[in-house]
Write a protein that binds this ligand. Sequence first.
Ligand SMILES: Cc1cc2nc3c(=O)[nH]c(=O)nc-3n(C[C@H](O)[C@H](O)[C@H](O)COP(=O)(O)O)c2cc1C
Length: 233
Amino acid sequence: MEKVKILGIVGSPRKRGNTAKMMDKAFEAIGDYPWVETDRFEVAGKKIGHCISCYKCMEKLQCVIKDGLYEFHEKFVAADALLWSVPVYHMSVPSQVKALLDRFGNMMIMHHLAQGMDVPRFSKVCGVLTNGASRYGGQDLTLSFLVNSSLVTKGVVVAGDTLVDSYIGAAAWAGQMPNPLAEDNVLQDEHGIACAQNVAKRVAEMARIVKAGKAALGDELPSEYSYTWEAKE
Ligand SMILES: Cc1cc2nc3c(=O)[nH]c(=O)nc-3n(C[C@H](O)[C@H](O)[C@H](O)COP(=O)(O)O)c2cc1C
């Protein structure tokens, strides 16, 4: 079987900050799985505009704003699984992540509905990680947002194990003193990192199961499980 492709999506506008390091640690845990291949999409440094509600995506599966959404779409399509690592911003996700998901989600929903189809059954296995500067700063809400977003985009959401405190994903605290905003504080939260590593393993294992299942079932599956998209001007 082909390797299982896991796309790590780092949703922080700060390059090489806590969110990126939490993803590094999560990927480290699956680094010795010979059947896994990883890729990344980083929000940092990308232009990601807001949805302007023009609904042009109903006609063509494209957004009128040509920016980082295209790279995201291509990487999303190529992946078997998505692992999100996102910082808490104002009790939720950063606006760049919200803008990306507003546009991606609406494009997928409105385009397919306008064409008389349902949203493709992408069945990407999804796991979610977050970190915040406060110990109780909205991590649960941020994880919930990402879980719900994964469901909307027809994902198969997994958590880690309850024994390592992963109820719906991994939450870490990155606000340690003396500098609660330092870029690698998250590494001090060993429990949060262990939880992130556990979620990454579950994502990889479940993605392997889903990929093998799809391959075994082949044409027996409804066509909604197949989806191809090519970037067009
Ligand atoms: C605009 C903004 C809003 C934030 N809101 C919250 C918040 O609501 N709760 C929280 O715990 N931390 C909040 N933080 C802190 C970040 O979540 C925290 O510093 C995180 O580690 C940043 O990740 P990074 O190092 O990848 O940038 C906020 C930070 C910024 C810049």
